[in-house]
Design a protein around this ligand. Sequence first.
Ligand code: HQG
Length: 179
Amino acid sequence: MKDLKRVSKKLSFHLRHEPDLLGITLDPQGWVSVDVLLRALAAHGFRLTRAELDEVVANNDKRRFAFDETGTRIRASQGHSVPVDLALPDSVPPAVLYHGTVARFLDSIMREGLNPGSRHAVHLSATTDTAITVGARRGKPVILRVDAAAMHADGHKFQLSANGVWLAQAVPPAYLTFA
Ligand code: HQG
């Protein structure tokens, strides 16, 4: 079996950020046919069987990818920088959500709030453990507490991705405190 992490990184790159570089087109909700994807990967020297793809989708540490209900299409569940409408329903968030970041971003975050940067949404976590892992990707993690109950009461929309990430368009600074 191919290295799962290597396959996951390759799929993330093309299904979230650079479909063009693989010669594939994502539909408006981010889906692409599994056959088309496997053929495009093979054409670029990255041979992957359907069974191997199934294993990556099933065993991926963050369940980053999902098949549609027919199993014929695949997409990344979140994290895109290409414009997609995941068509996720709005959901009522837990009263408190967390965001893991690092100290060097704090001045800007406390001034502007959390913004999605190059991604299509701000990623928020239901637990401090997950937020610590997210922040630790960039250095010593700093955990911010998001008053999601107040945001929701004030009309801000939240969606829950298929892999348990809470998504929001932005988090104004008034809803942020240190966890
Ligand atoms: C920061 C990974 C300055 C924000 C993870 C973060 C996650 C600001 C960075 C997922 C800011 C954006 C997403 C502002 C936000 N001023 N900095 N106003 N607002 N930031 O990678 O949340 O492995 O786009 O704090 O595990 O770190 O890819 O977002 O540090 O789930 O599946 O700007 O990516 O998942 O960074 O991570 P990112 P993120 P995967």
